[in-house]
Design a protein around this ligand. Structure first.
Ligand code: NDP
Length: 317
């Protein structure tokens, strides 16, 4: 495993982060979830990402249990706030001071820890004054319940505005968590250049486009049993946007590039996002421990200009 600094801070995180959306307390049972966390720890992953909204808070419980016996100082634990969990009362969502202050306490209780390393705004809240949100985050940090602040899927302008306020308050807004993969490169245009200027890193989600970039979904064929595309608890709905024959066909076209590089398609996909130096870590999901063991070999891979341009040609970028 290799480690990168998160934004302009002294915090190092592992280049792969293990994330438990869709899987824990939903697609896989607790035994498999624990085996996946164990596999992540065994390959040197120290960063773990969850959110209060995953499996309606139950995913935080599973992750907290799986990490409970680990040395806390050796872990970086990230969670998020924004969506309502449980009752949909007027104040049960968003980034108001009230929702943030109540949510952090619930997350810490479920994760069985006194603090999270990174507390992230899961989305931007255009209804709440940003000053209120950032002051609430500052108070969470000052109370010791979170060490650093991050955001997720914010635009370049939103990241800049948040960062300016955070600086004024003396807290560290050091990361954004966007979707990023060979198939989804939206952040390249504005978010990455702005973040680089501001000292903010990306912790990217769905680097394999939810499994599409592993090449296991073949055009015109039924998805493999047990895969996300067959998960009736929500996984199949989320991945459906990629389940199109032309996309699956183009992904198959990457196979010779991966083979020549001595990589599986999954390893090529993870390696690709890590070529971007503004990416501090790729958050990988897994429904079985073998996937973690396979994907970790992407760490340290250098793709050259020829390989990168052939990938672009195949994918049509
Ligand atoms: P990935 O793109 O890494 O997809 C992971 C899934 O792909 C696995 O669960 C598995 O699904 C399949 N897979 C992975 N490796 C292999 C392999 N080697 N061979 C075959 N199949 C493989 O990421 P996710 O979409 O899971 O997202 C990762 C994390 O990002 C989440 O857990 C969460 O922490 C974060 N996230 C954040 C969001 C946000 O809004 N901030 C939104 C979404 C995710 P299967 O076996 O079931 O097919």
């Amino acid at each position: 495993m290799e480690y990168r600094y998160l934004g302009r801070s002294g915090l190092k995180i592992s280049e792969l982060t293990y994330g438990n959306w869709i899987t824990h307390a939903s697609q896989v049972g607790n035994d498999v979830a624990t085996q996946c966390v164990r596999a992540a720890l065994d390959v040197g992953i120290t960063s773990f990402d969850t959110a209060d909204t995953y499996a309606n808070t139950a995913a935080e419980v599973v992750l907290g249990d799986a990490l409970a016996s680990e040395r806390r100082e050796s872990l970086e634990i990230f969670t998020k706030v924004y969506w309502a969990t449980g009752p949909q009362g007027a104040n049960d969502g968003g980034l108001s001071r009230k929702h943030i202050m109540e949510s952090i306490n619930g997350s810490l209780r479920r994760l069985k820890t006194d603090y999270v390393d990174l507390y992230q705004a899961h989305r931007f809240d255009s209804e709440t004054p940003l000053e209120e949100t950032m002051l609430a985050f500052a108070d969470v940090v000052r109370s010791g319940k979170a060490l650093y602040i991050g955001v997720s899927e914010w635009t370049a302008d939103q990241i800049r505005a948040g960062r300016v306020l955070a600086d004024d308050l003396g807290i560290h807004l050091i990361s954004n968590q966007p979707e990023y993969s060979m198939l989804w490169r939206v952040i390249d245009d504005e978010v990455v250049p702005t973040s680089r200027d501001l000292g903010v890193s990306q912790i990217v989600f769905s680097p394999l486009a939810q499994g599409i970039l592993t090449g296991k979904y073949l055009p015109g064929q039924a998805p493999p049993a047990g895969s996300r595309a067959t998960d009736t608890n929500g996984g199949a709905d989320f991945i459906s946007r990629w389940m199109k024959d032309d996309v699956l066909q183009r992904v198959q076209g990457l196979a010779p590039i991966a083979a020549e590089a001595g990589l599986s398609l999954a390893q090529l996909g993870v390696a690709w996002v890590l070529q971007n130096q503004n990416v501090a870590s790729a958050i990988i999901g897994a429904s079985r421990p073998e996937q973690v063991k396979e994907n970790v070999s992407a760490v340290g891979v250098k793709l050259d200009a020829d390989q990168l341009s052939r990938i672009d040609e195949v994918l049509g970028d």
